[in-house]
Design a protein around this ligand. Structure first.
Ligand SMILES: [Fe+2]
Length: 260
């Protein structure tokens, strides 16, 4: 890919797919909802350069759930960069989602950008943490990257979003943000986990959360109430060669039928 054109990415997150194809979560058939979200996101669009699948892809960590995800997302015909969320089971996810077109964590150079996919998995306790090994890997990537612009991709939110989920964010967010603030090339940090839209600027970086491909929590609410006014959503990201990020959130236009 030449450095002169934008890198187009589709972020899908928190699909919470179960082993049973008709498995539900909070009234949504999550596999059906993932399929509907991908179809809505790609409708009338050129395919993205890659899909970012930012964790809690599975609800139960089962092999079958990852096979469902593999079948659906491989259908887009583009590379898929996956990271684990707290509900995922990393060894199983890695076994099922690390051969082409899937990549598990790691980093990749695309045009003028380097994307760094980070694992914040720290058990299924809700919150997350960047392990010493993962922080060391990140430092190594920052050290050897020659691209002028960097995008960080993780599951847990590194800044408060004003949600009840702030209790279960990234434990060592301060350490991560110090690193991000200090590098000078990080133009964006994107995450999942919060099941709501979040967009903020911080010292030249865009901080962005995408909605889930199934249910959303009420935006900025201190309780875990589901936002019944929203269906599944997705985020498009366009990484421009000059380091700017153009982004928009989309919603499934006719929400798939909630089952209860
Ligand atoms: Fe999560």
């Amino acid at each position: 890919m030449g450095a002169e054109r934008p890198v187009r990415l589709l972020q899908l997150t928190d699909s919470h797919v179960r082993a049973a194809a008709d498995g539900e979560l909070k009234g949504w058939r999550t596999l059906e909802s993932l399929e509907a979200t991908l179809a809505a996101a790609l409708d009338g669009q050129d395919p993205p350069d890659a899909i970012l699948a930012t964790g809690d892809l599975s609800q139960d960590g089962s092999r079958e759930s990852y096979r469902h995800i593999r079948r659906v997302l491989a259908g887009a015909g583009v590379p898929v960069y996956c990271i684990p969320g707290n509900h995922d089971h990393p060894p199983t996810m890695m076994a099922e989602l690390s051969s082409a077109p899937f990549h598990y964590c790691g980093d990749v150079g695309l045009g003028a950008w380097r994307l760094v996919m980070l694992s914040t998995w720290d058990g299924d306790r809700g919150g997350g943490r960047l392990s010493p090994q993962e922080l060391q890997r990140l430092a190594g990537v920052l050290d050897r990257s020659r691209e002028p612009h960097l995008l960080m991709v993780l599951h847990h939110h590194p800044v408060p979003v004003g949600s009840w989920l702030d209790k279960v964010g990234l434990d060592n967010a301060d350490e991560f943000m110090r690193l991000a603030d200090g590098d000078g090339r990080i133009r964006g940090i994107v995450w999942g986990h919060v099941h709501q839209v979040f967009e903020r600027q911080r010292r030249g970086m865009q901080l962005l959360a995408a909605p889930s491909t199934c249910f959303q929590f009420k935006r900025g609410a201190p309780t875990s109430d589901v936002d019944a006014t929203r269906g599944p959503g997705f985020r498009w990201l366009e990484l421009l060669p000059d380091g700017r990020i153009s982004t928009r959130v989309g919603w499934v236009p006719v929400p798939v039928e909630a089952v209860s």
